[in-house]
Ligand binder design. Structure first.
Ligand SMILES: C[S@@+](CC[C@H](N)C(=O)[O-])C[C@H]1O[C@@H](n2cnc3c(N)ncnc32)[C@H](O)[C@@H]1O
Length: 328
């Protein structure tokens, strides 16, 4: 069974105040690498599927004065922040509130096609830092974890309604938790008297299942697992990759920045499959499909942030960037 491998030992609940980013909505990650690979030019149309605070979109528009960006996010608060940040280039951005998994259905995307797509997965610093969003394991945070606040099921409902077996699967596969069954059992026991509502409730259940106080890293993994499940993040990525590939124009580039192994593996496997010339079943002795690759993987290995970037922005450290170009 494949489980999530956290690339990041940074505690998801820890604020990193003091690193010079106080007040920033989100510092965009691996910007130079993204621009090198997308190479925005001409009157290109680009999709930023995860606009967040607008950092990557701003740079795309800066390096290409005639390009336009369709800026998507499932978080209305992020879109509002990006609209402020990008006010001076407003005429070249169209903001869209939807999941990137359905961005291929957008009318302009369908009609015109895209010259490039960026997916910078996961959560923004703002989402992690704002207690009201309920993502962090800091003391006293009311659990929520929805990227899209209009979604019905938040983390409280997820922990209240998900059956024990599924909870154990989530903690094991998405949270690398070897005591996943004990944790699931403890949650089910506790919720029979009182729903788990706060970060402290979830941390307390984890502590009982481990028989000791959990480390920051252990808490981070469990909270990340719940977040991935609440937002169905892997399903969204699985749906988005082929749909957005099909909307790329010839020579268009898809760039994805992943922050944990389950996301990165999906991206790697998809790009490898699309770059193969033969799509015959492996048991066939000779190729009968005469297939042509759909395109070319531009990153043989994932790119990672430089030491300098990690020093400036510790939250970049888990990033893995892969890119793929559609055949001309
Ligand atoms: C790492 S941040 C992106 C930061 C952005 N690149 C910037 O420069 O500020 C990830 C953003 O993607 C959004 N997001 C995550 N999954 C999404 C999905 N399936 N569809 C749309 N937006 C998503 C989150 O709400 C969050 O705002």
């Amino acid at each position: 069974m494949i489980v999530a491998r956290a690339y990041d030992s940074r505690p998801e609940g820890a604020r990193e105040d003091g690193d010079g980013r106080a007040g920033a909505y989100h510092l965009p990650v691996m910007v130079d690498e993204v621009l090198d690979l997308l190479a925005p030019s001409g009157h290109g149309l680009y999709l930023d599927g995860t606009v967040g605070g607008g950092g990557h979109t701003r740079r795309i528009l800066e390096v290409c004065p005639d390009c336009r960006v369709i800026a998507v996010d499932r978080d209305a608060e992020a879109l509002a922040a990006a609209a402020v940040e990008l006010a001076d280039v407003r005429d070249r951005v169209r903001f869209v509130h939807r999941g990137f998994d359905t961005a291929a259905l957008d009318g302009e995307v369908r009609q015109r096609g895209l010259d490039g797509v960026l997916l910078d997965l996961g959560v923004s610093s703002h989402q992690l830092d704002a207690d009201a969003r309920g993502f962090a394991f800091r003391h006293g945070v009311t659990l929520d974890m929805r990227m899209d606040a209009s979604q019905d099921r938040d983390a409280i409902r997820f922990l209240a309604e998900t059956d024990e077996q599924e909870l154990a699967r989530v903690f094991f596969e998405l949270g690398e938790e070897s005591r996943s069954r004990r944790l699931a059992r403890e949650i089910v026991k506790r919720r029979s008297t009182e729903p788990l509502r706060t970060s402290d409730d979830l941390v307390a259940a984890l502590a009982v299942s481990l028989g000791r106080s959990p480390s920051a890293r252990e808490k981070a993994r469990i909270f990340q697992a719940v977040r991935i499940a609440v937002n169905a993040e892997l399903d969204a990525l699985d749906a988005a990759l082929p749909a957005l590939r099909d909307r790329l124009r010839a020579g268009g580039v898809l760039v994805v920045i992943a922050y944990h192994s389950l996301e990165d593996r999906r991206v790697k496997d998809a790009f490898r499959d699309w770059s193969r010339s033969c799509v015959c079943p492996p048991e066939l002795p000779v190729c009968t499909c005469r297939g042509r690759p759909l395109g070319q993987t531009l990153t043989r290995k994932p790119l990672t942030p430089t030491e300098g970037e990690i020093e400036r922005n510790p939250r970049a450290r888990s990033a893995r960037l892969r890119a793929w170009r559609k055949a001309a």
